[in-house]
Design a protein around this ligand. Structure first.
Ligand code: GLN
Length: 537
């Protein structure tokens, strides 16, 4: 039977609970234990696939095609471990399965209630994750203590402590200790109240992580300890950091890992080795040379909507020994202007990320044309690859009105379209192609070299439309190389341009597979190309 760590958050959202969870997972793993993370999201959507990424943040996709919360991206990157749909559950999924059981008559005439039926369903979902080899399951509860919708989740984990015992469960609460400038003081009251709220539900935290912009001195720790009934050595400070990758090192210095293992009765590894992680952070914080990458997207609010892309650039920064600065360019701003070079004059590479819907499309196509004609390193991801194909069709092949049927259903040249399935029927509305698919690389191409000359790769997808094979030949005859395709040769997965220092478009999302010490090869080489351009300028 594994032991459980539960992570809750208090006071406000966005305190970095996901980073704390990932960091603790990493530390426990480095002590030699098998760790499995689980994110429980209290919202009623069945998955975040239908949620606006500009409000909720990026939709992270796993190998098995689950659309998950972006925290799973952090878990994968910190734990260096592939996850699946089992590692994220939403209230929507849990209610759905409960109601299905009710409809099937499983409850034999009973009244179906939040306690015990919904809470049982939550516990079931947690336990379903467990396999024989697991030592520790680390469960992060989304939202903030005090939210109405988190209540059943907190009740479920309270019951788990009762069932499994003190020595098998550990509760961590992440709170905010704000600094009030006018009086120059840190305030503990929000933390006190948040823990009060938890204790009202019956949960006594074992450890508190205090997020703060200032140092939390002894006096503050004592005060929090006194009011929350948590021993002082388990009131931990986590200040704002220059990089999230430093968090595991800070939590280790604060002995969070030792405290957890001690309470759970597990032997710590006194020789725990974090040197590779430390070296990565050191290199990251001491980069001197810079390159600038322009990301041309749709920006309501950039925040977390391209999280995995910005993380992949951090990994590629370290591997290239150059600091990548991201310049977010709103594609709609490019549409009305004839001074497009103004937007890109300080930029060494242009990336067009994935996206849905027609807003800003023409601006992105303009950016791609600019990159192609001026030989600026270009990287197109998913929608970015589709638009690079459209741009090529319009301006190199002279196919007027070329488009994707997503944006112009009546286009005379549907370069990107929904492909008929094997029976020759176009799927109604088209379902998304999601998750890992293999692609076969073409020897002799830049892509083939970038991937280390392997024939077959696997990458994660999330899109509905595809490159239309009817146009493939004329693309190839005119300088666009299909450097990756599906094993049956039907789907175009990667394109690259001859006679260009770096111009690659991929139908998948490579950013999901980039890891701190294992940057994604295309990101690595894209940054390298940008760096070459910067130095030759
Ligand atoms: N909207 C495009 C499609 O559905 C691209 C999706 C994406 O970039 N993830 O195919």
């Amino acid at each position: 039977m594994p032991k459980y760590i539960f992570v809750t958050g208090g006071v406000v959202s966005s305190l970095g609970k996901g980073i704390a969870t990932s960091s603790i997972g990493l530390l426990i793993k480095r002590h030699g234990f098998n760790v499995k993370p689980l994110k429980l999201d209290p919202y009623l959507n069945v998955d975040p696939g239908t949620m606006n990424p500009f409000q909720h943040g990026e939709v992270f996709v796993t190998d098995d095609g689950a659309e998950t919360d972006l925290d799973l991206g952090h878990y994968e990157r910190f734990l260096n471990q592939n996850l699946s749909r089992k590692n994220n559950a939403t209230a929507g999924q849990i209610y759905e399965s409960l109601i299905q059981k009710e409809r099937r008559g499983d409850f034999l005439g009973k009244t179906v209630q939040v306690v015990p039926h919904l809470t049982d369903e939550i516990k079931l979902r947690i336990k379903e994750l467990v396999e024989d080899e697991d030592d520790i399951i680390i469960v992060e509860i989304g939202g903030t203590v005090g939210d109405i919708e988190s209540l059943p989740f907190l009740e479920a984990i309270r019951q788990m402590r009762l069932e499994l015992g003190e020595q098998n469960t550990f509760f961590i609460h992440v709170t905010l200790v704000p600094y009030i400038k006018s009086i120059g003081e840190l305030k503990t009251k929000p933390t006190q109240h948040s823990v009060m709220k938890l204790r009202e539900i019956g949960i006594q935290p074992d450890l508190i992580i205090c997020r703060s912009e200032r140092k939390i001195g002894d006096e503050i720790r004592e005060k929090i300890s006194l009011f929350t009934n948590v021993p002082k050595e388990r009131v931990v400070e986590m200040r704002d950091l220059p990089t999230i990758y430093k968090a595991p090192l800070i939590l280790h210095r604060e002995k969070v890992d030792h405290n957890i293992l001690k309470k759970l009765g597990l032997p710590p590894n006194h020789g725990i080795d974090l040197s590779d992680w430390k070296a990565f952070v050191d290199r990251l914080l001491h980069l001197t040379d810079r390159v600038k990458i322009g990301i041309v997207g749709k920006y309501v609010d950039v925040k977390d909507s391209y999280k995995s892309i910005s993380e992949a650039f951090i990994h590629a920064s370290v591997s290239n020994d150059v600091k990548v600065e991201l310049k977010y360019i709103d594609s709609e701003d490019l549409e009305g202007t004839d001074k497009i070079d103004e937007f890109f004059k300080d930029v060494d590479g242009i990336l067009v990320p994935g996206g849905f819907g027609s807003r800003g499309i023409e601006g992105k196509i303009k950016a791609i044309q600019f990159a192609r004609e001026n030989k600026i390193p270009f990287f197109g991801i998913c929608l970015g690859m589709q638009l690079a194909s459209i741009e090529f069709a319009r301006h190199v092949l002279g196919l007027k009105g070329a488009n994707s049927t997503e944006f112009d259903p009546k286009t005379p040249h549907p370069i990107i379209t929904i492909l008929p399935d094997k029976k020759g029927v176009t799927k109604m509305g088209g379902t998304l192609r999601k998750g890992a698919y293999p692609a076969i690389l073409k020897p002799g191409t830049m892509t083939y070299d970038i991937y280390g000359r392997v024939r077959e790769i696997s990458e994660r997808h999330r899109h509905r439309y595809e490159f239309n094979p009817a146009y493939r030949l004329i693309f190839e005859r005119n300088g666009m190389v299909v450097s990756g395709e599906s094993p049956d040769g039907v789907l175009v997965e990667i394109i690259e341009l001859k006679d260009h220092p770096f111009f690659i478009g991929v139908q998948f999302h490579p950013e999901f597979k980039s890891r701190p010490m294992r940057p994604h090869p295309i990101f690595h080489h894209f940054v390298k190309a940008a760096k070459n351009r910067r130095f030759s300028r």
